[in-house]
Design a protein around this ligand. Sequence first.
Ligand code: UDP
Ligand code: MG
Length: 318
Amino acid sequence: MEKKIQISLLVPIFNEEDVVPVLVKRLTQFLSTRTENIEVVFINDGSTDQTPIQLFSVCMSDPRFQCISLSRNFGHQMAITAGLHYVRADEAVFIIDADLQDPPELFPQFYEKLQEGYDVVYGIRKERKESWFKRFMFFSFYRILSKLSTRAFPVDAGDFCLISRKVASVINQFPEESRYLRGIRSWVGFKQAGISYERAARIAGKSKYSYSSRIRFAMNGIYNFSELPIRFITLAGFLSVLIALVYLAFTLINRFIYHDVTPGFTALIFAIILFGGVQLLSLGVIGEYVLRIFFQGKNRPLFVVDKKIIDKEISDGK
Ligand code: UDP
Ligand code: MG
């Protein structure tokens, strides 16, 4: 009988032709140091460069490497989601980035925790090799999110993690369309532990996230796990009414006691602009929630698979 696969190493990949050769070398080396039965599952997220060809040749020559090709670019979070549906490990799934910012060599530390009885072991980035501006933004975002969210999220934890088969199966039951996996991973519960590590620089190529896509991703974190933006609107509403009442009292006193006719024009314009702004902002916040309901309501599949190479056999996605 064939040996059961214990661990799946899940790697989402999008246009990483400069990275793949180095990645495959590092992973092959890593595999040779382990005694567990490990498979590597690449998720080709609609790459348009040489990546698919490179992955094809690796997977056709070495049965430890599998590849799931999506029909187009679905984004990092969906690529991982797709991978979680296809991994075959019955013990745990190790999720890493293709650019080797999350070193696969840290696996033993993560695995040790899993064997101690933890179901989720996530990496905590204690140092980053990115610009000070990015570092500042990441630092602030994770702290704001953990304050805003209904559950306390671990700060500075990305998608780099080792999760048990059980947790992977639970995550697979999530139909959420605007996916924020690190939030879902924390939400599912079970025993969780963090391991600090130094986040390396990318080995080659450029980050696939632009500033705007990073902001969109961050917003998914906030809107999917927090009701506070809506609560703030209510608070802003109360405050506006309060300010208006105080202002009214002030004007009446001026009018009837001091017989002072207030010119009021500036105050009027100020009030119109201020409250107009507050209302637009509020609509925007409600819109963010409505948008998420809208897309979720369509109930579309989360991703579409084009081709699979599993155990050196090519097949169409189902
Ligand atoms: N990635 C992906 N689909 C995308 C964008 C990125 O599969 O649409 C992959 C990418 O190839 C990498 C990982 O997701 O392996 C993380 O992306 P990146 O390194 O660009 O993000 P960063 O580390 O800068 O946050
Ligand atoms: Mg990266």
